[in-house]
Each structure stands twice: as C-alpha cells, then as structure tokens.
Design a protein around this ligand. Sequence first.
Ligand code: IPE
Ligand code: IPE
Ligand code: MG
Length: 245
Amino acid sequence: MQSTFNHENETKTHVAMIMDGNGRWAQSRGMLRIEGHRRGMETVRKMVEAAPELGVGTLTLYAFSSDNWKRPAAEVEALMRLFQLYLKREVKKCIENGVRLSVVGRRDRFPQRLQRAMERAEEASRHCQRLHLRIAADYSARDMILRAAQRVASDESLSRELFARHLSGEPHDGEPTPDVDLLVRTGGEKRLSDFLLWECAYAELFFTPKMWPEFEKSDFKQAIDDFRHRERRFGEVPVAHANAA
Ligand code: IPE
Ligand code: IPE
Ligand code: MG
C-alpha cells in the first residue's frame, strides 16, 4: 500500500456517487448501452478497492433509481442480470477486504432471486468494518423520506438523528450511517436526480464530465483531494474570522 496515498487512519469520510454516463459512453463508441453498464461494473470494483486507502469509511453508490424502471424493458433486465452477477462475483472479495455490503431502497419490485442474493450478501458481510458499501437500488430519496415520515408520524420526541436512522432503514442499535461528506457525479450533469436529499444537506459537490466507465481511481483521488481543500462551515463563521468586524 502506498504511504502517500493512504488515509486509512483519518476520520472516515462518507462519499456518495451518482454513477452516470454508461449509456452515452457506449453509444459514442458504437456499442449498445448495456455494454456501458457492463464496463461500469468494472469501475464499481475499482472504486470499492480505492475507497479505504482514500480514508472513505462509507461509500454509497447510486446503481438504479426508482425512475429508471421507466427505461426500455431490455435495459432494465440487463441491469438486473448485472446486479445479480455483481453480487455473485464480488461478495467473497468484499468480505476478504473487510467490506460490509448493504442495499438501500425498495426491495419488493426486484426479482425474488435478486432479493435473496441481496439478503445473503448483507448477512455474509455483516461483520466487516473496513468499508461500508451501500448500493442504492430502486432508490428514491423522496420515497425514503415519505416512508420514514409515515413510520414515525405520531412520535413527537423524534430527533433528526433518529429520523436519519429510519431513513437509512438500518437497525437502531448499530453505528448510524453518517451524513454524506462528498457527493461525486460523473457524466457531466449537475443535478441530484432524487438521490440522498436529506443526507446531502451539507455535502460538498463534485461534478465531472468523465463518463462512469472512464472514471479511474486517480479521478476518485482527485475528487477527495479537492474535497480536503474545501472549507466546510456548516452555517458558522470560520474560527479565524469569528472576532473580526
Ligand atoms: C447510469 O448511466 C446508470 C444507470 C442509470 C443505471 P446511464 O444509463 O444513465 O447513462 P447515460 O446517462 O444515459 O449516459
Ligand atoms: C441517476 O442517473 C440514476 C443513477 C445513476 C442510477 P439518471 O441518468 O437516471 O438521471 P437523469 O435522468 O439524468 O436525471
Ligand atoms: Mg444517465
């Protein structure tokens, strides 16, 4: 492991990524969009490998939005097959590398086989602590907020922290998932597309024109370096300026 590259002992950062541009990447090369998704899976593997060395403790990847069901059936089916393949191929490696895998979003609209593979992957990697990999699938931030609100509608003692736990759908006895520190979107668009609306309240945003299949570990490192040079103020006045007029 390269020492200049290694941030593993620093405070862990939560990075969220909108993995956009697979289709355009493929089409601009005369390939089918599906080939772009296949290549995009390689990028996922590279990012999961790089994350712990870059000081990232939680990595949330937007794999499939609830609005993506509106795409042609053949593309949706291909994405399901790739998801299943990813879980089959990568879970063992995730566990070896200390990666805990969770799937966030709705489950019930996925094929039964895929739902079972998700549960198995979560169960088998539950004890891993080096990186928490969250895959957002059939995910809509607005639906997550709405469902959490419905679950807790009459609880007046509800705090932001507790609400955030309801949002993530995780058990209330473990470590809570932290807010997003850095949001990266590939593919050139500058929008959130219904991703982590609550959790990104104070996230730093990083947009890149690179398409997801061409996004490399060095690009991830560049985004992190850029993030570490930002001054995060959370609504406060920076300490150095606090006594100035
Ligand atoms: C992101 O790439 C992957 C998914 C949404 C599943 P796109 O498929 O949106 O690629 P573009 O944006 O059309 O190029
Ligand atoms: C967002 O990308 C969803 C994922 C990357 C999974 P989209 O391509 O679906 O978003 P829009 O349609 O450009 O907003
Ligand atoms: Mg897109």
